[in-house]
Design a protein around this ligand. Sequence first.
Ligand SMILES: [Zn+2]
Length: 109
Amino acid sequence: MIVQTIHEILNPFDVEVDKLGYGVALFLIAGSIHSNPQFIVRMYTTGEMRTVDQNNLRVYGNPSSGEPLSPQTDITPSDVACSNCKCKDMIMEDDSIYCSNCKRYIMSL
Ligand SMILES: [Zn+2]
């Protein structure tokens, strides 16, 4: 039996779809053990509705709200803080950053 859940995105957001261009993500099809989450995207230039795997989407930051347009790719442990204990002392192990205080996983590089 296949059970799939689809969610309407209440705050649709702009996306770039690999090889297709720009659109707006309107629905999310929840992932499962067999599939990544999929997004149903309305393409801006054609109006087509395309179902797109999450791995084929880019979502850019909003510079007007202080986010960089593109992801920061040269992050070092000194650039991040722990959302759990708020400390900024990080340790790096196996290309991953952990909080040195509470040992919480922060991110992979
Ligand atoms: Zn911490």
